[in-house]
Each structure stands twice: as structure tokens, then as C-alpha cells.
Design a protein around this ligand. Structure first.
Ligand SMILES: COc1ccc(Cn2nnc3c2[C@](C)(O)CC[C@@H]3OC(=O)NC(C)C)cc1
Ligand SMILES: [Co+2]
Length: 377
């Protein structure tokens, strides 16, 4: 337990670092043509001018580490997914000092997006809705993907948990692939080269399950992504980081950008599709203003969404928590009219197993900082 922190974590982290001197993430120097940045006085001065953004990111990262340390020690088979989600969300709200119950509070800081708790062949975008009775099983492979934000600076980091050693090769393959992606990332790095490197690492691993040797595939239609303030996708102009070799697209990473470097491995097809009940939603930032809404309850619901989440992703449980009831008709109207996007669970084939590891990196002018790095992963 971090000095001064309780178990479960409930002490606001800003009180543990009175002079705002949060731990710096893992700093990796740029190489080759960008090696000059390490000592360039111009680049170092530019970096020093970003102190507020760095402080917010590092506070968010420290909160992420303290929450996940408790979660990784206390998530056990037999717990309901709802219990696990609330463990993580209540800790995040306490440590950021933003319970998110008063209008606008969650815009200042707190939970950045729904706590992903995707299991086995489900790779992403799953979190329980009200009444979900699912209980974590001993044989499950659980992806825990959660985000913390301060003033819209989002730390997006994820890890995988399994309780049976037979899955260790899958978790190790994806963890190595994510670290390859982090190593290859940098200013001027080409997205296509990063994707190829990730896939090479991922597919150099295999796993024996039920007496059969299976290759581990990179999930070709999932990717890492840019992160911008209040936008987990980097907005409509967001860039993607492929996790497979892709056509030599010319997209490159640039100075000052923030990336979620995440890779997904699978023992199935290595391809996900939408399936199952939706829990994840986000305001469509490109929706035309004042789209006519036919259902009157939709107008009030949209106001609650705009006031409490803005462009941050949210889930049905967050509406329940704000006291909203019988909102499904209005919600479906907002989705149908394109004002809100829905994000169904993303699944590979039944019987397959998927794993994920993710970090947030900052392409600072003089150094690459893996801000969410911890001693755990
Ligand atoms: C609506 O709630 C959310 C919550 C988190 C995110 C963050 N994210 N953005 N893109 C992705 C993600 C996840 C949740 O990390 C999982 C991988 C996914 O990558 C991807 O390729 N997705 C499609 C293009 C197939 C997005 C929305
Ligand atoms: Co994520």
C-alpha cells in the first residue's frame, strides 16, 4: 500500500503529494535522428512550459497505479463483475476527489470511461449493466481496462488477469507485444512499422490449451489510439496505432501527442465483431447541433449526459447512479438520431481467449514518457 494510502484506497492522492511532485513515469530517450532532443535546450524549454499538463497526467497515473494495485490484489473468482467495477470506480472517485455526483464534477476529474471487464473471447467494451449477475470464474481470462482523468487529461491503462497458470503464455505474449509497441513508438515513428513489430512479437508466441498448440494472433481490427483532452479516441481527427502489419500508410507519430499503446492477442480468429447487450456510449462530437429529438425524455437525458460526461465515454450504470430511471427509450432515440454513439462488446469466436495490456505514453519534446508505467507492469 502506498505511503499514506488506505486499503481499500480512499485517501485523495493530491493530499499525499503536497507540492504536486507526482512520480515521473518511465522516461525513454529518443533515438537516431531524434537523439538531439535529449539535450536540445529549445526542446527542454518547450517541455518545461507544459508543467500543468504533466502534473495532471502524472497525478492521474499515480491514481491509476494505486487503484490497480488494490484491484490486482483483491479481484478474485466468485466476485460479481458489478462488485469489481464498483471497487475500481469508487477508488478512482475517492483518489481524484471527484465523486461525480454533482453536475459538472466528473468533467473536472474522476472516472474517464467505463471500467472494461471483458472476459475470455470478449476483448473490449464490456462492463456490467444494472441487474447483471455475472460472477468471475476461476477459469476466466479478465481484461481490466480503466481510465483516470484530471481536467480531461486521460490516463488509459489496462491489464489482464487469469487464475489458471495455463493462460500465462497468452498473457506473456500480449505483454511483450505491448512493450514492443511502446519501444517502437516515438516522434516520427511510422504507424505501419509499429504494427508490424507488434505483430511479429505477438505471433512469435504460442500456447498449449487442451493438449493442442495454438498460435497467438494479434487482433487485426483493434488498435491503439491518440488521446486528446476529453477525447479517448483523439477526436474525429484521432490517429490509430495498428497492431498488425498494415499497408504502408504514411501516418507518423508527432511531437506533443499522447497515445494509448494497447495490444490484444487471441487464440481465436484474431478478429472481433460487435455482439451482445450494449453498455458503453459516448456523445458523437460530430453530431449537428440541435438535432430534432422525437422523444421528449431524450431531451432531458441528453442534458444529463452533456452536463456530467461531455465527450467522455460513459455506461448505463453511470446513469443509474445519477438517479436516471426508465431511460432506455430516450437513450435508443439518441443513438438512432446519431447524437450518441453506442459501442457494443467486441468479441472473437466463442471458446477463444483474448488478452490485453495497455499504457499511456507522452511524446514530450525532449523525451518519451510511459506515464502509466508501474512496478507491476
Ligand atoms: C465508448 O467507450 C469507450 C471506452 C474506451 C475507448 C478507448 N478505445 N478506443 N478504441 C478502442 C478502445 C478500447 C476500449 O481501449 C478497446 C480497443 C478499441 O480499439 C478499436 O480499434 N476499436 C474499434 C475501432 C474496433 C473507446 C470507447
Ligand atoms: Co484502454
Amino acid at each position: 500500500v502506498a505511503p499514506g494510502q488506505s486499503s481499500p484506497p480512499r485517501v485523495e492522492v493530491s493530499k499525499l503529494f503536497p507540492d504536486n511532485a507526482y512520480p515521473i513515469g518511465e522516461e525513454v530517450e529518443y533515438q537516431n535522428d531524434n537523439a538531439y532532443r535529449t539535450t536540445s535546450e529549445e526542446k527542454r524549454a518547450l517541455d518545461r512550459s507544459n508543467s500543468d499538463y504533466l502534473t495532471d497526467y502524472r497525478q492521474g497515473a499515480e491514481i491509476h497505479r494505486q487503484v490497480r494495485t488494490y484491484a490486482r490484489a483483491n479481484i478474485k473468482p466468485g466476485m460479481s463483475l458489478t462488485e469489481i467495477a464498483e471497487m475500481i470506480e469508487n477508488s478512482t472517485r475517492a483518489l481524484t476527489g471527484h465523486p461525480g455526483l454533482e453536475e459538472g464534477d466528473n468533467i473536472k476529474g474522476g472516472v474517464a470511461f467505463p471500467t472494461g471487464l471483458s472476459i475470455n473471447h470478449c476483448a473490449a467494451h464490456y462492463t456490467p449493466n444494472l441487474g447483471n449477475k455475472t460472477v468471475l470464474q476461476q477459469s476466466d481470462v479478465l481484461k481490466v481496462d480503466f481510465g483516470v482523468h484530471l481536467n480531461g487529461y486521460i490516463v488509459d491503462s489496462a491489464f489482464t488477469m487469469a487464475f489458471e497458470p495455463r493462460f500465462d503464455p497468452l498473457l506473456a505474449a500480449v505483454r511483450a507485444a505491448t512493450n514492443t509497441g511502446i519501444a517502437l513508438a516515438g516522434i516520427d515513428a511510422r504507424m505501419s512499422e509499429i504494427g508490424a513489430g507488434i505483430q511479429e512479437t505477438m505471433e512469435s508466441h504460442e500456447i498449449e490449451l487442451n493438449g493442442q498448440l495454438s498460435p497467438i494472433k494479434s487482433i487485426r481490427n483493434l488498435n491503439g489510439h491518440t488521446i486528446t483532452p476529453y477525447s479517448i479516441h483523439g477526436g474525429s481527427s484521432g490517429k490509430s496505432v495498428p497492431i498488425v502489419a498494415s499497408p504502408n500508410n504514411t501516418d507518423r507519430m508527432e511531437e506533443g501527442e499522447t497515445y494509448a499503446i494497447e495490444t490484444f492477442g487471441s487464440t481465436g480468429k484474431g478478429f472481433v465483431r460487435d455482439d451482445g447487450e450494449v453498455s458503453h456510449y459516448a456523445r458523437n462530437p460530430d453530431a449537428p447541433k440541435n438535432t430534432p429529438l422525437r422523444i421528449s425524455s431524450a431531451k432531458g437525458l441528453l442534458r444529463v449526459i452533456d452536463k456530467n460526461f461531455g465527450t467522455l465515454p460513459w455506461c448505463r450504470r453511470y446513469l443509474d447512479r445519477l438517479g436516471q430511471e426508465k431511460y432506455l427509450l430516450g437513450l435508443n432515440c439518441l443513438v438512432q438520431s446519431g447524437v450518441v454513439n453506442d459501442y457494443p462488446p467486441l468479441v472473437d469466436i466463442k471458446g477463444s481467449y483474448t488478452a490485453q495490456w495497455e499504457h499511456t505514453i507522452l511524446l514530450r519534446p525532449n523525451v518519451k514518457e510511459v506515464v502509466s508505467r508501474g512496478t507491476d507492469y
